[in-house]
Design a protein around this ligand. Structure first.
Ligand code: 5GP
Length: 346
């Protein structure tokens, strides 16, 4: 047994210090970024915020709404090939830039991925997603996928440490997804005791990825727009959101009416709800590692997106970053023992 005594930080442990700035208004800030990738020859531009590949968030409807704002969606892996064929054949060239096909690492997952990509050659991003990206089998799968798809952009995760980010990039990933346990409906830390505070995971993994010319996605743990700004400030190239995009018209999950109020169901992909829906129940050798919750219904996702982007532009003006790209260079985190004032709630 070993103990690392360095304290690791989450979003709640820091704030961003304001800096003298020449920007007059948040309208001067651009949130667009352009990326070239380590392996894929594709160049991508857009606002690097993405919907998580959960069946309550990463839906076709969400992708339609977000792509119109140049935001990205990792589509969940439970749509059928027939669903994909209809959806992808109706995508414009521009819309297809903002969409990833998700896959697990089983034989059936791989066959389905190959079929989806064979019939829909306009799709450019593959998201290989497992809860625990530390297995050798996972790295082998990334290698095999890269061999078959030299020009697609491959996202792989999840991990939380620099050495595994490097290993995945060297195995063929362009972008590594970072986050174990911070998610709003995740119970991994409760069930297993495993995890890594997200802000430190981003700082360490971004450093490793950027050293090799790769990118990272901060995945999970953002519950307010300020957290997204902190994730970018820490060095994330993309930020992935689950809970912040749940509860909308475009989100999946049942609508529930209760005591005169409307809610939508939201659940983790390893929750018993998801496992019952997709694989007929929780296998007896494993525990559910996700919650099922009801979140207040919030209408169209467009107003939430506006709120998020407005907040992020404002962060940039507070530190004098004219472009989102500059935010991390202009970020000084201060360690704090308080966050927002909670006297009143809206
Ligand atoms: P959020 O933005 O809601 O805080 O986090 C979303 C992320 O939580 C997802 O992108 C995914 O990485 C993670 N996640 C989703 N479902 C589950 C689950 O059932 N268990 C765990 N451990 N993580 C989950």
């Amino acid at each position: 047994m070993r103990i690392e005594y360095d304290i690791k930080l989450g979003f709640k442990d820091v704030m961003i210090r304001p800096k003298r700035s020449t920007l007059k208004s948040r309208s001067e800030v651009t949130l667009d970024r352009e990326f070239k990738f380590l392996h894929s020859p594709i160049t991508w531009s857009g606002i690097p915020i993405m919907a998580a590949n959960m069946d309550t968030v990463g839906t076709f409807d969400m992708a339609k709404a977000l792509s119109s704002k140049k935001l990205f969606t990792a589509i969940h892996k439970h749509y059928s090939l027939a669903d994909w064929n209809v959806f992808a054949s109706n995508l414009s060239e521009d819309e297809s830039k903002y969409i990833a096909v998700s896959t697990g690492i089983s034989k059936q997952d791989f066959e389905k991925l190959n079929d989806i990509l064979k019939f829909n050659t306009n799709l450019k991003f593959i998201c290989i997603d497992v809860a625990n990206g530390y297995s050798e089998h996972f790295t082998d799968f990334v290698r095999q996928t890269r061999k078959l798809y030299p020009s697609k952009v491959i996202i792989a995760g999840n991990v939380v440490t620099g050495e595994m980010v490097e290993e995945l990039l060297l195995s063929g990933a362009d972008i590594v997804k970072v986050g174990i346990g911070p998610g709003s409906v995740c119970t991994t830390r409760i069930k297993t005791g495993v995890g890594y505070p997200q802000l430190s995971a981003i700082i360490e993994c971004a450093d490793a990825a950027h050293g090799l010319g790769g990118q990272i996605i901060s995945d999970g743990g953002c519950s307010i727009p300020g957290d997204i700004a902190k994730a970018f400030g820490a060095g994330a190239d993309f930020v992935m959101l689950g809970g912040m995009l749940a509860g909308h018209d475009e989100s999946g999950g049942k609508k529930i009416e209760k005591n005169g109020k409307t809610y939508k169901q939201f659940y983790g992909m390893s929750s018993s709800t998801a496992m019952e829906k997709h694989i007929g129940g929780v296998a007896d050798y494993r525990a559910s590692e996700g919650k099922t919750v009801e979140v207040p219904y919030r209408g169209e996702v467009e107003s939430t997106v506006q709120d998020i982007l407005g907040g992020l532009r404002s962060t940039c003006t507070y530190v004098g970053a004219k472009r989102l790209k500059e935010l991390t260079k202009r970020t000084t985190f201060i360690r704090v023992a308080e966050q927002e004032n909670q006297t009143y709630s809206e």
